[in-house]
Design a protein around this ligand. Structure first.
Ligand SMILES: [Zn+2]
Length: 292
């Protein structure tokens, strides 16, 4: 029988853990892996859903856009159909959290996506945190896209997206959902806004390209932890990930990300991992005056 103080400590510890889990952006794989063409199933929905009830992503073979809203997973297929997906469905990229609104905002009426971005960014308490974004409203106009199922060998997303299907909607009710991520997450997640849409009648959905929000309600969930599941699938392990991150300008005139600079010098990526970081860091600390 535990003593009362021990019991209390256990309760406090478990609630801290529960809060941590709810305030974490959990993601499978990285956006750069997806952009490179890693569309293999890297996790099952049933493995991801314990980490969140809200989020987005895509399906194995890039088979449409994924929407996770209120614990339900929907597929926005390239043929325009919206389907509920079973728990054994595979995903190559998915980002989820438990949505608990910290801020509720009334957006100005008739706001375009171009105006919405700086407006909501001006409301963020800090640009160095992650935010889950949910907008329930009526849209005068909305453009979403979906991508068609691919067959191996997979091509990069930039090529595949030329085959995307656009869906234009007028006077539609529904929910925008997704994330705003800081710039320093580049390469691993999408800096700035990444939003998907699901209509109120669950008949229309997709990756958001543009909209005009007639009226609605914006909810923000500040997320201060980030967990990335790095897959052990060979497709991920062997993907030529260049990485994002800050850009550096060296005395010799070379500029770009650390990886880009190393690549321009003909250095082996494995060698870079062993010694490159230290030297790049040194260059950065010295005001980028020290060349490799
Ligand atoms: Zn998307």
């Amino acid at each position: 029988m535990p003593r009362p103080w021990l019991l209390l400590a256990l309760i406090v510890a478990s609630s801290v853990q529960a809060d941590h889990d709810r305030e974490t952006l959990y993601q499978v794989s990285t956006i750069d892996a997806l952009l490179t063409g890693v569309y293999q199933p890297l996790a099952k929905l049933r493995e991801v859903l314990p980490h969140g009830d809200f989020g987005l992503g895509t399906f194995a073979a890039l088979d449409g856009e994924l929407i996770l809203l209120d614990g339900q997973v929907y597929q926005a297929a390239a043929d325009g159909q919206v389907r509920r997906m079973p728990p054994d469905t595979g995903t190559p990229f998915m980002a989820v959290t438990f949505f608990d609104a910290d801020q509720i905002l009334d957006p100005p009426p008739d706001q375009t996506y171009a105006a919405f971005k700086p407006w909501l960014e001006s409301k963020l308490p800090s640009r160095n945190l992650i935010y889950a974004v949910r907008v329930d409203g009526t849209f005068q106009h909305l453009t979403v896209r979906s991508v068609p199922r691919q067959a191996p060998p997979y091509r990069p997303l930039a090529e595949v997206s030329k085959q995307q299907t656009l869906f234009e909607h007028a006077a539609i009710q529904g929910t925008l959902l997704g994330f705003w991520c800081p710039t320093f997450l580049q390469g691993v997640n999408v800096p700035g806004f990444h939003l998907h849409f699901l209509s109120a009648d669950r008949q229309h959905a997709g990756h958001v390209l543009d909209f005009r929000l007639a009226s609605g309600r914006v909810q923000l969930d500040r997320t201060e932890a980030w967990e990335v599941q790095l897959p052990l699938d060979p497709a991920f392990l062997n993907a030529p990930l260049q990485g994002g991150g800050p850009e550096y300008r060296l005395a010799g005139g070379r500029a770009g990300t650390i990886r880009a600079i190393m690549a321009s010098m003909g250095r082996d990526p494995g060698e870079m991992i062993r010694i490159g970081r230290c030297r790049c860091f040194q260059a950065w600390r010295n005001g980028a005056k020290k060349a490799f």
